[in-house]
Design a protein around this ligand. Structure first.
Ligand code: PLP
Length: 271
């Protein structure tokens, strides 16, 4: 037995009752990395693997009343934010992070579900950028989110570098742009690649995995950001945390759940 405190991770995100994305994916991921998962729900969504059918966004007061007792009682070692659907929830989340000096903040700038449901409105996105990017240790956009955030249409490596510069100029210290199928026609060692790019104050780092041709990717973005937050809570550095998180998501995609009739949730390998 050890007296070391169990690392506590907090996700502030949406609830996907079908378990593939949002806070349920985050909690599974925190647990897989030996952390204690806690959660505040920003929006109660109605969805399954086929699509998102609606959402009831929670008030700022509701989010505050979920988060404060957790912070005050358990102590939070890292935070992952996901779906922050409204300006009021974004303002509240930023305030909670700043007032309580929360550390190790990973911001997944969720914009739209794969099935095309808007999880945040345009006005809220600009507040997310203004208030949360400067508080974050890492922002994790995919390509469509990168385009929405920066207004740059991503067609080349230079576009990616320019977009990362813009996101860093918005206050994000580090940016992980998730390539998804962007690089799938490139090969390394004969294999097609899924390449993420980590931009830090020290430059750019490529993180490659084999590209797996599948639509069973529901929850990938949530899981990656939660895995980074879990590793930061365990005391690892940013680059190590991102590498370990990427490797975990790769394993999760390779162990599909094969559930549902739509985009099946990725698996949850144990470490
Ligand atoms: N639902 C919630 C609550 C989410 O947070 C997200 C993404 O972050 C999604 C749905 C979208 O997931 P996907 O793009 O895998 O459908």
């Amino acid at each position: 037995m050890t007296n070391a405190k169990l690392p506590v991770c907090l996700t502030i995100a949406g609830l996907d009752p079908s378990g593939g994305a949002g806070v349920i994916a985050d909690i599974k991921t925190f647990t897989a990395f030996g952390c204690f998962g806690t959660a505040a729900i920003t929006s109660l969504t109605y969805q399954n693997t086929v699509g998102v059918f609606g959402a009831e966004h929670q008030s700022a007061d509701c989010v505050r009343r979920q988060v404060l007792p957790v912070i005050e009682d358990l102590g939070v070692d890292s935070v992952k934010t996901g779906m922050l659907p409204t300006v009021e929830v974004i303002v509240e989340t930023a305030q909670l992070i700043a007032d309580n000096r929360l550390r190790n903040i990973v911001v997944d700038p969720v914009v739209r579900s794969t099935s095309g449901f808007d999880l945040i409105n345009g006005e809220a996105l600009s507040e997310l950028i203004r208030l949360l990017f400067p508080l974050s240790n890492l922002v994790t956009p995919n390509i469509p989110e990168t385009e929405r955030i920066t207004g740059i249409s991503i067609e080349s490596e230079i576009d990616l570098d320019d977009a990362a510069d813009v996101i860093r100029s918005m206050g994000a210290k580090n940016v992980l742009i998730k390539g998804g199928h962007f690089d799938r026609d490139q090969t390394a060692g004969g294999l097609r690649i899924a390449r993420d790019r980590l931009y830090t104050g020290n430059g750019k780092l490529y993180l490659d995995a084999e590209y797996i041709d599948t639509t069973a990717t529901h929850g990938t973005g949530c899981t990656l950001a939660a895995a980074v937050a879990a590793n930061l809570a365990q005391g690892r550095g940013l680059v190590d945390s991102v590498r370990i998180a990427k490797e975990y998501v790769d394993r999760a995609i390779r162990t599909p759940t094969n559930l549902g009739n739509g985009s099946s949730p990725i698996g949850f390998p144990r470490n």
